[in-house]
Design a protein around this ligand. Sequence first.
Ligand SMILES: NC(=O)c1ccc[n+]([C@@H]2O[C@H](COP(=O)([O-])OP(=O)(O)OC[C@H]3O[C@@H](n4cnc5c(N)ncnc54)[C@H](O)[C@@H]3O)[C@@H](O)[C@H]2O)c1
Ligand SMILES: O[C@H]1[C@H](O)[C@@H](O)[C@H](O)[C@@H](O)[C@H]1O
Length: 336
Amino acid sequence: MTVRIGVIGTGMIGEEHSRRITQTLTDGEIVAVTDVNAEQAQRMADNLGLSAKVYDNGQDLIKADDVDAVLVTSWGPTHEEYVLAAIEAGKYVFCEKPLATTAEGCRNIIDAEIQAGKRMVQVGFMRRYDSGYKMMKDVIDANKLGEPLMIHAAHRNPEVPERYVTPMAIHDTLIHELDTFRWLLDDDYKSAQVIFPRKTRHAHSKVEDPQMVLLETVKGVRIDVEVFVNCQYGYDIQCSVVGEEGIANLPEPQSLQYRQAGKLSSDILQDWKKRFNDAFDVELQAFIDGVANGEIGGPSSWDGYAAAIAGDVCVKAQESGQIESIEMPERPGFYA
Ligand SMILES: NC(=O)c1ccc[n+]([C@@H]2O[C@H](COP(=O)([O-])OP(=O)(O)OC[C@H]3O[C@@H](n4cnc5c(N)ncnc54)[C@H](O)[C@@H]3O)[C@@H](O)[C@H]2O)c1
Ligand SMILES: O[C@H]1[C@H](O)[C@@H](O)[C@H](O)[C@@H](O)[C@H]1O
């Protein structure tokens, strides 16, 4: 079965995902596209040589009879509306992070999905599909490190645009770690604190950069994450899990090592597209296969909600400078 997909939001990642569905993955076809910037939608269809229909708006695309599943890759604040509309139309939906920009928005999606009676939503937390993180998860689950005690991590981007402001270090960037650590540790968060070290001269006036986020989990694991989005030198994701009997480090992405002019060196990647290219492939193929089989898996609305709750508390902690507690509601059996 070919899954007929409609794409809402044809910017950077919308085009990346559409390209991989069209050129790399199997059993999916982009049949419909839309963007608030109509020219942008047409441009993407032309770039990729798609014969997709260009819709005026996301709501009409979702309702189209020939759309089996929806990809939401528009700006974060628009996600909730489109995910709710897809659930209402009975269409499976892949939604890029964040599922919604507030925990309340995620809760609305959860209520709608439970009402629908089956899982309809996969959230774009692609790190769960990254081979390095998967190896770490296997080692932790097999108890090879003993009980995990601490995580040291860093999330570095070379630079961010002017519209990137201080809370986005949480909602836009740290949100990946907030999901990844819950999944790696099979745990939830209990508290958060955010510390601002000396500010880099490369950050513009509306963003505090770098930031250090300190998390504590229910099982007592302590986590420190450096978020540094103007680090200049590259796109660099680091993670080290310290257990009672060993340590697991996230592998560096494969890169040619070369000897030249008296130096031994290798290149550092510059963006998320290349760093998580393979993970995006696996993630979206899983979505397409899930739709074809009538049973989707991967990061759920509950995972999107859990990350949003922790994210909201981290933003509060940015403002208060205090250790703030994180209260997770009980997980409904539906998401067990
Ligand atoms: N998983 C990842 O690593 C990753 C990487 C990049 C972006 N993202 C997420 O993907 C989303 C898009 O990011 P991007 O970098 O592609 O941004 P972008 O600005 O390049 O593209 C977003 C597109 O959405 C369109 N849009 C905005 N509002 C719309 C609406 N109401 N209806 C239809 N289209 C609308 C914009 O015109 C734009 O073309 C964000 O939520 C972002 O957090 C995730
Ligand atoms: O939207 C992007 C994307 O999610 C990247 O994976 C992350 O590293 C960036 O900080 C964020 O701005």
